[in-house]
Ligand binder design. Structure first.
Ligand SMILES: Cc1cn([C@H]2C[C@H](O)[C@@H](COP(=O)(O)OP(=O)(O)O[C@H]3O[C@@H](C)C(=O)[C@@H](O)[C@H]3O)O2)c(=O)[nH]c1=O
Length: 184
C-alpha cells in the first residue's frame, strides 16, 4: 500500500498493492493495523455505494456538526473526485484537490473530516464505494455548497451536469451558514 500526499496535505491518495493470479486479483481496501503504522488511523461507521450515469455531479457535501471522513474508490468506471477544505480559519480554506479515481486502476482517496466532497462521473455507469468515519448519516447536519462556486474554481469536465434538486439550490461557500472550524 502506498500513501501519497496531494496538494492538500491531509487529503491522501492511496494505492493498494494488487495481487494478481490466474483467478483474478486480490487487494486490501483497508487494513486497520497496516494503515495505523503508516500514520492513518481510521474507524469506519458506515459503508456507502452509489451509481451515477455519465455527466452526473454529486456534491459538494459535508456534515456539520457530526463531521465525516471518507475513503472513496471506484467499483465501476471512472470519476473525477473532489475534496474542498471548508474549515474556517484553515490555511488552505476554500482550496481543493481533484483526482481521477478509476475502477481498473484501483486507487482510492482519503478525505478527512472538515472537507467537502463531490465528484463528476466520466463513464456511462460509474459506481463508487465510500467508507465513512466520524458519524453515520445525520440528515439534520447534511450541508451542501455550490459545485460551480467560482471562489472554489473547480475545472469540472462537464458544463451542464445532472444534479439533484438539493445540489442545484446549494449556497456559495461564502454564504454557507454552518462551516466547521479549524482546530487551533
Ligand atoms: C448520504 C446518504 C443519503 N441517504 C438517502 C437520503 C436520500 O433520500 C438519498 C439520496 O441522498 P443524497 O441526494 O444526499 O445522495 P448524494 O447526493 O449521493 O450524497 C452523497 O454525496 C457524496 C458526494 C458524499 O460525499 C456523501 O457523503 C453524500 O453527501 O439517500 C441515506 O439514507 N444515507 C446517507 O448516508
Amino acid at each position: 500500500m502506498q500513501l501519497e500526499k496531494t496538494a492538500l496535505p491531509e487529503v491522501l491518495m492511496i494505492r493498494p498493492k494488487v495481487f494478481g493470479d490466474d483467478r483474478g486479483f486480490f487487494l486490501e481496501r483497508w487494513n486497520r493495523e497496516a494503515w495505523r503504522e503508516a500514520g492513518l488511523e481510521l474507524d469506519f461507521v458506515q459503508l456507502n455505494h452509489s451509481s451515477s450515469v455519465r455527466g452526473t455531479v454529486r456534491g459538494l457535501h459535508f456534515q456539520e456538526p457530526r463531521a465525516q471522513g471518507k475513503l472513496v474508490f471506484a467499483l465501476k468506471g471512472t470519476l473525477l473526485d473532489i475534496a474542498v477544505d471548508v474549515r474556517r480559519g484553515s490555511p488552505t480554506f476554500g482550496r481543493h484537490v481533484a483526482v481521477e479515481l478509476d475502477a481498473a486502476e484501483r486507487n482510492q482517496l482519503w478525505i478527512p473530516p472538515g472537507f467537502a466532497h463531490g465528484f463528476a462521473t466520466l463513464s456511462d455507469e460509474t459506481e463508487i464505494i465510500y467508507a465513512v468515519t466520524g458519524s453515520v448519516y445525520a440528515p439534520d447536519c447534511d450541508r451542501a455548497i455550490r459545485w460551480d462556486d467560482p471562489a472554489i474554481g473547480i475545472d469540472w469536465p462537464v458544463r451542464e451536469p445532472i444534479l439533484s434538486a438539493k445540489d442545484r439550490a446549494a449556497p456559495l461557500l461564502k454564504d454557507a451558514p454552518a462551516l466547521p472550524g479549524y482546530p487551533a
